[in-house]
Design a protein around this ligand. Structure first.
Ligand code: KG4
Ligand code: ZN
Length: 340
């Protein structure tokens, strides 16, 4: 079976072909123009998706050495995300599905991240825990099967990536600041400054990063009169990064230990962070926990994770689902409660 995946939920235009769990291609076109504005401008994002989606899909098919005729199904991200961006991907996928008579599988973007560990190999046993950490989401899921997962904790305010990006702005860095903080932190002392670790001792799996952002803002005002000296930047980045990463690890560890589950997947854009990878390897591998952090191209927003989940869903063929039903709509903000 070969599945074409399409992902346009934010500012990456991506298409991929997955076959029997193996990624044959994963083309990602990132919209760097947003760096200039210090954040994603939704209207610009959707316009660029329109301009480029056809080429990205063709490239993904070519790289996989196939054509649209050779595809068995099209899976596409329909929620959550920027509405204008989602509309481009879903309508492109619907048009292909209708024209070439291929089943269509609408996929939730977060579900894509949750199951993205399978892009590193199919030998992951249920149940497992996935920590999804991105610019828009920070949550912990218990995953019981391809159709059954439960959200056991989530951020109460900012996502971890959002914290990296907003604090980076306070430090005078560009957007997105996560990778820049990661790079600068390599030459800094993570223990030079102690910033708050929100909810680190709370008895649940929730996160909170807005207090950290506020603490850094006041710290910069008080200590440096609002402007961070060049020679303090590395230590500040390392200290901020340590505060964020430590909470992510502690809460994941709490879930692993309390629920007695011994496989952990860390996914989403922030899982590219080198300190998070290092601390996770240190903490979990020693304890015999199977740790899966996908390659960076599968951590950031990508269509391979959308395609592989589409393939699982098509193979399972839930009879109540009509794969030629085009009535699904792009949905920017689905309701997501704990316990689902
Ligand atoms: O998953 P993603 O590509 O898009 C969303 O769905 O949000 O994640 C993007 C986020 C941004 O906030 C970015 O700053 C962060 O991931 N990020 C990082 C790193 N690389 C990307 N944060 C920390 N360290 C990194 N190396
Ligand atoms: Zn994402």
């Amino acid at each position: 079976m070969k599945i074409l995946g399409i992902e346009t939920s934010c500012d990456e235009t991506s298409a991929a072909v997955v076959s029997n769990g193996a990624t044959l291609s994963n083309v990602i076109s990132s919209q760097t123009v947003h760096n200039y504005f210090g954040g994603v401008v939704p209207e610009i994002a959707s316009r660029i998706h329109i301009q480029i989606i056809s080429k990205v899909v063709k490239d993904a098919l070519n790289k996989a050495n196939t054509t649209i005729e050779g595809i068995d199904g099209i899976s596409v991200t329909f929620q959550p995300g920027l509405i204008g961006s989602l509309v481009v991907g879903t309508n492109f996928a619907k048009a292909l599905s209708l024209r070439y008579n291929k089943p269509i599988i609408p996929i939730d973007h977060i579900e894509g991240h949750i199951y993205s560990g399978f892009l590193e190999g199919l030998d992951i046993e249920f149940p497992f825990i996935t920590l999804v950490v991105s610019g828009g989401h920070t949550a912990i899921f218990v995953v019981k099967s391809f159709n059954d997962f439960e959200m056991i904790g989530a951020t109460r305010d900012d996502a971890a990536g959002e914290a990296f990006d907003k604090i980076g702005k306070l430090l005078g860095l560009g957007y997105p600041a996560g990778p820049l903080i990661d790079k600068l932190a390599k030459n800094g002392n993570p223990h030079k400054y102690h910033f708050p670790r929100g909810l680190i001792s709370s008895d649940d799996y929730d996160f909170s990063f807005s207090g950290l952002k506020t603490a850094v803002r006041y710290f910069i005002q008080k200590t440096f009169n609002g402007s961070v000296p060049e020679n303090e930047l590395a230590d500040l980045c390392a200290s901020v990064q340590e505060a964020i990463v430590e909470v992510l690890i502690v809460k994941s560890q709490k879930a692993i230990e309390k629920l007695g589950i011994n496989t952990l997947v860390i996914a989403g854009g922030v899982s590219a962070n080198s300190r998070l990878r290092e601390l996770a390897a240190d903490t979990f591998s020693k304890k015999g926990i199977k740790l899966i952090i996908p390659k960076i191209q599968y951590c950031m927003d990508n269509a391979a994770m959308i395609a592989i989940l589409g393939e699982f869903k098509l193979i399972e063929k839930n009879e109540s689902f009509n794969f030629f039903d085009y009535s699904f709509k792009a949905n920017p903000t689905p309701k997501r409660s704990k316990n689902r």
